[in-house]
Design a protein around this ligand. Structure first.
Ligand code: FAD
Length: 488
């Protein structure tokens, strides 16, 4: 979405003294009806507040409805138990903190893990079914209606030595991609609630009183401005900013190199800019989930990723998003995948090999890699692969095969040539109670945020598939509850 420089800047709030009259009023006003917003609105209603939900498009759903629908939950959910996996909030916490370093918000991770079983039960109680089954192919949602999946490299080095591995990605019970059905369930739950939903209404800025308390928002419906009063709070759940070019170039220039921005139109940063306009701090605005989905199916993990120096940089059996993040943020997006004939298979994205040769020297030369670099990398890899070992990056032995069967194929995965995808994980700085915080760490009264409008609980690393919807849904509920409890 081509945007001007000014569209990367905070949105100036309106003063209550300049508002002639309010068109609508509710105790809790929820802005944006994707996963985070639906959870916030339902929870605020159930906490006894009078709620108004606002959605800029004709119906709710947002990017959540376009997603794989995998939600990260664990600690011993009914599905985990039925599928025979032992898990505990403590193991889940140890994994998530480790995988999200540096900079994980440990307080939020703790709250997320401790209430995860209750969160799963809440989804089921609100009409979202989950089959009691396990899907063996890691990293990705099932194409059947199976539920549980290893989505985040929990059973890979180094995480498997830090926490007892357990699969925690839960896809609702539907064949194929889970997002549309997941949000159909959530919208069904919203419809069963008594609160109104104003659709085709885009919120553009917040309203503050003379003490800086957020008391409402200004929206547009069919070009007409409407002022909305929120007597307890406004919850911003309006998605991230991956589609706002100017904002992305300003805050996350590396993500601008990625060709596919996984999002729907609402991800234009408005929610974040509204928060910034009333003094909110932001966190991790340069970060995102970056997917390099070439190692799907997982069989392709038997190959090796190398950088422009012909050197490996990661255990290839881990979650493809970890490879994408390491590939973009540490290797500048200069990544190649080498396969031999025994492990080659057309990847999920159907990319053909860029260079094929009968020897490693040949593909190295053809690809223009430094002389001897790929040859010595493969020599070292093969020396230990025969024993099923990987002393450099500790790939699991079952995923190690010596690369000795010609022809060899090198796939050009460089970010400028290949299909990577990304969404933002940075956003407004929020407390464990989903209050939006200012630069001093103090809560801005009357303002809450969740989902991709808020910074995720993770720090540097996107923990894995399912954690965005996990974070959005859980802290969406927290936001709704906190706003409902506030004394207006
Ligand atoms: C292809 C794909 C697959 C994915 N798969 C997964 C997965 O399996 N698991 C996972 O955890 N994550 C996944 N993600 C990421 C995940 O879908 C998102 O990060 C998550 O849905 C964000 O939820 P949200 O509620 O914050 O935002 P959204 O779902 O985008 O909701 C925001 C809502 O706010 C509305 N809105 C925006 N601006 C305004 C405004 N100014 N006024 C009023 N309304 C507004 C939007 O229209 C939208 O309805 C995937 C993403 C994509 C694109």
């Amino acid at each position: 979405m081509s945007t001007t420089r000014s569209e990367a800047l905070p949105s100036e709030p309106r003063r209550i003294r300049d508002i002639a009259h309010f068109d609508l009023e509710a105790e809790v006003v929820v802005v944006g009806l994707g996963m985070a917003g639906a959870c916030a609105a339902i929870e605020a209603q159930e906490a006894g507040a009078n709620v108004l939900a606002i959605e800029r498009f004709g119906a709710g759903g947002g990017t959540s409805a376009n997603s794989g629908g995998v939600i990260y939950m664990g600690g011993g959910t009914a599905v985990q138990k039925a599928a025979g996996f032992e898990d505990s909030p403590e193991e889940m916490y140890k994994f998530l903190v480790a995988v999200s370093q540096p900079g994980a918000n440990e307080e939020k991770v703790r709250a997320f893990c401790e209430a995860s079983v209750e969160h799963f039960d809440w989804f089921e109680a609100h009409g979202m079914p989950f089959k009691r089954s396990f899907h063996h192919e890691p990293s990705l949602e099932s194409i059947t209606d199976d539920c549980l999946v290893y989505t985040s490299g929990e059973d890979c080095h180094p995480w498997c030595e830090i926490a007892k591995p357990a699969p925690r990605g839960h896809k609702p019970q539907v064949v194929n991609k889970g997002g549309p059905f997941m949000m159909q369930c959530m919208m069904g739950a919203v419809e069963r609630m008594p609160f109104p939903v104003e659709v085709d209404t885009r919120v553009d800025t917040l309203i503050v009183d003379d003490d800086g308390v957020v008391v409402g928002a200004v929206a547009k419906t069919a070009g007409d401005e409407r002022c909305i009063r929120a007597t307890k709070g406004v919850v911003l759940t309006a998605g991230g900013f991956i589609l706002n070019d100017a904002m992305r170039d300003l805050h996350a220039p590396l993500l601008s190199k990625v060709q596919v921005h996984t999002a729907t139109e609402g991800d234009d940063g408005r929610g974040i800019r509204m928060g910034q306009g009333v003094g909110a701090a932001t966190l991790y605005m340069d970060l995102g989930e970056v997917a390099l989905p070439y190692t799907i199916p997982n069989r392709l993990s038997r190959g090796i990723y190398v950088n422009q120096h012909g050197l490996r940089f990661i255990n290839e059996d881990t979650y493809y998003g970890h490879i994408g993040i390491a590939g973009l943020y540490s290797q500048g997006g200069q990544v190649y995948l080498l396969l031999d004939d025994s492990c080659y298979e057309r990847g999920r994205v159907g990319l053909e090999p860029s260079w094929v040769g009968e020897t490693i020297e040949e593909v190295e030369r053809e690809a223009g890699l430094p002389e001897g670099s790929l040859v010595s990398t493969v020599e070292l890899y093969n020396r230990h692969a025969g024993e099923g070992r990987d002393p450099l990056f500790h790939k699991r032995s079952e995923m190690i095969t010596p690369l000795v069967t010609p022809p060899y194929a090198l796939i050009d995965c460089r970010v400028e040539n290949a299909i990577w995808s990304a969404f933002t994980t940075g956003g407004l700085h929020t407390s464990v109670d989903s209050e939006v915080l200012n630069g001093d760490g103090a809560a801005i009264p009357g303002l809450y945020a969740a989902g991709r409008t808020a910074a995720m609980f993770s720090g540097q690393g996107y923990p894995g598939s399912g954690t965005s919807l996990g974070d959005a849904s859980f802290f969406g509920r927290v936001a709704g509850r906190s706003a409902a409890r506030r004394r207006g």
